[in-house]
Design a protein. Structure first.
Length: 131
């Protein structure tokens, strides 16, 4: 699945969850122990503007990259990364389309980095809001 292109939609104001599995060329899940991850949403790949940053250090509301799957039920040996954006965080998003990529890395000095998945995101605007 390395470098796969996957486009998706985030519903503004709703919790977003997507599981991505890192596998080798034989389809065997890669153990994510020792890896960290990062993902950014930007207006274009070359833009300096960042709409949202996700990392494997989850925010208090659960937003981030969960190496135990989106429901936190799988071990890191499953190779499953849960991309989670809480309803509170998604309600703050304000764009029509964004670009993203999800990178995994290990090590500290010039870390070994893998771009696992990339693509475009559409934001479906929220109609019902709590003010």
């Amino acid at each position: 699945m390395l470098g796969s292109v996957y486009n998706f939609t985030i519903e503004q104001g709703a919790t977003f969850q997507l599981n991505v599995q890192y596998r080798d060329y034989l389809g065997t899940p890669i153990d994510l122990t020792g890896y960290t991850g990062r993902m950014q949403l930007r207006p274009s790949p070359s833009s300096n503007t960042i709409y949202l940053t996700l990392s494997s250090s989850l925010n208090p509301d659960g937003t981030g990259l969960n190496f135990s799957g989106s429901q936190n039920l799988l071990p890191p040996t499953s190779g499953t990364i849960g991309i989670v954006i809480s309803s509170c965080t998604s309600s703050e998003l304000n764009f029509n389309q964004a670009y993203y990529d999800l990178e995994l890395y290990s090590g500290s000095n010039c870390p070994y980095t893998i771009r696992l998945i990339q693509g475009q995101i559409q934001l479906s605007p929220e109609v019902t809001r709590y003010n």
